[in-house]
Write a protein that binds this ligand. Sequence first.
Ligand SMILES: Cc1ncc(C[n+]2csc(CCOP(=O)(O)OP(=O)(O)O)c2C)c(N)n1
Ligand SMILES: [Mg+2]
Length: 360
Amino acid sequence: MVKPATPRTRGKSSARSAAAPARPDHNEAKPVLPTKDYDASKDELLEFYRQMTLIRRFEEKAGQLYGLGLIGGFCHLYIGQEAVAVGIQSALTPGKDSVITGYRDHGHMLAYGIDPKLIMAELTGRAAGISKGKGGSMHMFSVEHKFYGGHGIVGAQVSLGTGLGFAHKYNNDGGVCVAYFGDGASNQGQVYESFNMAELWKLPIIYVIENNQYAMGTSVNRSSAEDQLFRRGESFRIPGLQVNGMDVLAVRAATEEALKWVKSGKGPILLEMKTYRYRGHSMSDPAKYRSREEVQEMREKSDPIEGIRKHLEAAGISADEIKAIDQDIRKIVNESADFAETSPEPEGAELYTDVLVEQY
Ligand SMILES: Cc1ncc(C[n+]2csc(CCOP(=O)(O)OP(=O)(O)O)c2C)c(N)n1
Ligand SMILES: [Mg+2]
C-alpha cells in the first residue's frame, strides 16, 4: 500500500515545522485601498491637469514627428495612461526616490520634471538629447533625476528596480524605488524571483503594474491565468491594491497608502493600475486586435484629462484659465519639437563613448 504523503501543514506535528518554524505573518496588517480620492488643493489640481496635458500633447507631437520620418526606430506612446505616472510621481520626492520603467517611458520622464526639449531631442537622435541622442525612445536615462530608464527587455526593469530598492536600504538614504511594468511583463519569470528577494529583505519598493489591457496584440484575459494582477504578489506575501488608473486622484491616494506601507519598513507593495492605451502598441501597430468602439468608449467614459477637467470646473477654475494652460503647453511642446529638429546630431566619435563603464 502506498503511504499517503505527509500533509504540508504548518501544524505542530509536521516534519517541516520541526526543522524550521513557520515564518510569522509579518504582514498581518493589510494595506487598504483608500475609500476616498486624494483631497487635492486647487493648485495641485491645476498641476495634475498641466502635467497630463503636457504628456498628451508631447506624445501627439512625437507621433507626428515619427510620421514625418524625424524619429527613427521604435516609439511607444503613453496616450491614455497619463494619470498613472502623474498621480504616482506627484507623491515622490525627486532626487531621493528612484524610478525605473520599460520602453513606454516619455510620460514618466515628463512627470518627473525632466525638460521636454531633452526628451524630444533624444527621440530625434540629437546630441542634446538626455541620452546624448544614442538611446532613442526606449533608452532614456537621467541619473541626476534618479530616473534609471527606459528598458527594452520586457520585465528587466523589475529586477533592476529591485536592485535600486536594495541600494536605498543598503545606503539607508530613505528613498523608495518605483518600478513600473506592464500586464504582459507581469508574466515574466524574473518578476517573481525579484518579488521573493524584495519581500525577504523588506526592500523599499513599490511595484506598479500598468495594466493597459494589452501586451502588443494580446489581451490580458487571453495571456494571464490570474488576470486580477494585484494578486500577483500574494504567494510572496506582498500585498496588492487594484486602482482606477484613469483617475489621477485615486492613483495619488493609493500611492500615499503604498508609500506609508513601504516607508514603515514593511517591505514591498504592489499597485495594479487599471488603465488603457489609446494608440497602438508602438507607432507601427495598426491595432487590428480590438474594435474602434472599444477605444472610443474608453475615451468618452474614462479619459483621465476630461476627468480632472471636471474637478477643475467644480473647484471654480474658469474656462479661460484652463485655456491659458493649454496654450502654454502647446508652446512648450512646439518649442521642444523645434529644438529637436534643429539641434545637431552627435559627432561620429560618440559611437565609441558610453559603451563600457570601465576599460577592459
Ligand atoms: C524579454 C522580451 N520578450 C519579448 C519582447 C517583445 N515585446 C516588446 S513589448 C511586449 C509586450 C509587453 O506588454 P506589456 O508588458 O503589457 O507593456 P505595454 O506595452 O502594454 O506597456 C513584448 C512581448 C521584449 N521586448 N522582451
Ligand atoms: Mg500592457
